[in-house]
Every structure is written in structure tokens, then in C-alpha cells.
Design a protein around this ligand. Sequence first.
Ligand SMILES: Cc1cc2nc3c(=O)[nH]c(=O)nc-3n(C[C@H](O)[C@H](O)[C@H](O)COP(=O)(O)OP(=O)(O)OC[C@H]3O[C@@H](n4cnc5c(N)ncnc54)[C@H](O)[C@@H]3O)c2cc1C
Length: 159
Amino acid sequence: MSLLVESIFKICLFFMQFAMPENYLHIWPRHKFVIVASPNQDKSFNATFVLPMSIFNSLSKSEEILQFFQQYFPDFLSFVGSDDIIRTFLPSKPNSLVTIKCSTYVSSIGDMLLMGDAAHSIAPFYGQGVNAAFEDCLVLFETLKQTNFDIRKAFIAYK
Ligand SMILES: Cc1cc2nc3c(=O)[nH]c(=O)nc-3n(C[C@H](O)[C@H](O)[C@H](O)COP(=O)(O)OP(=O)(O)OC[C@H]3O[C@@H](n4cnc5c(N)ncnc54)[C@H](O)[C@@H]3O)c2cc1C
């Protein structure tokens, strides 16, 4: 099982400049885990760490955490610094990445509809969640137009 370490490494301001080029996602892919950093308007980056639960559980002491980052992410370690790595990683509360598949998105009498992640979440690595959610909106809008904005009929047609 993978997990998303939500308490996020902040790669901070460096003389009011971005520490890395700002118009990119910065990705540190490793075989079983990955760090992804995205830029913020205050010139910092948020870095999210995805790794298997078994590895996360094996990193409970400062020395273990530092050794892990030195081995796999030496340049990331130099951006963030040992103290911040420890301070951020130790109290992290991981969240699971879930995949949701529904057999139907609509209640039998057409009074309730699931869209987007609620209906079909997938792991973020595919980069498709937002597209899929927008497509749901397009399809629903089409069925609303076809049914002259009768919501119940539109929901049934959407199904
Ligand atoms: C780390 C990560 C990276 C991702 N990268 C990408 C990417 O590169 N490309 C891509 O296409 N997708 C990506 N995704 C997936 C994408 O974010 C989701 O697929 C998308 O946000 C789904 O939109 P949604 O509106 O269905 O759900 P959400 O965006 O989750 O919106 C649901 C909203 O409902 C609110 N809510 C929840 N419960 C309640 C309640 N009880 N009452 C009121 N409000 C409530 C939540 O606060 C939230 O604002 C990524 C996801 C993650 C976690």
C-alpha cells in the first residue's frame, strides 16, 4: 500500500528567489517511492512524499530518516536541510492513496449523483483526476440540456 505523507516539506525562500525553477513540478522518482514538489506564490515549494507504508514505518528515528534521505535524496536533503527534514518527517501523519470504483454513480430513483473523485478516484500519478471530473461535468451538462434541465431525468440519463 502506498501512502501520501501529508505533512509537507516546505522548500523555503532563498533570498526571495525560488530554490528551483518555478514553472515545473520537480519530481524525485525512485523505484518504490517518489517526492513531488510544486511551487507556491510565496516562492516556496510544497513537496509531497509518497512511499510504501512498510518503509514509512521503518523510519521512526532521526538517524534512520537522515540516512534514508542521504541515500536516496541527497540533493533534496541539501535544499531542505537535515533539521527541517527531521522536524517535518517525524510527526507526519500518513494518508492512504485510495482508488474508488462504483458500480453505479446514480441512486436508483435518480435523486443523488456521484461525480469526480467521489465516484472514481485514482492514484495521482496518472494525472487524470481533474480531467475525469471535468468530463463528468460535461456529460452531466449534456444530459441536463437533453432533459430540459429536469434534474431527476438528467441524473438517470447520466447513469
Ligand atoms: C497529490 C495529488 C496530486 C494530484 N495530481 C493530479 C494531477 O496532476 N492531475 C490531475 O488531473 N489530477 C491530480 N490529482 C487528482 C485531483 O486532485 C482530483 O482528481 C480532483 O481534485 C477531484 O476533484 P473533485 O472535485 O471530484 O474532488 P475534490 O477536489 O477532492 O473536491 C471535493 C471537495 O469537497 C469538500 N468536502 C469533503 N467533504 C465535505 C463535506 N462533508 N461537506 C462539504 N464539503 C466537503 C472537500 O473539502 C473538497 O474541497 C492529484 C491528487 C493528489 C492527491
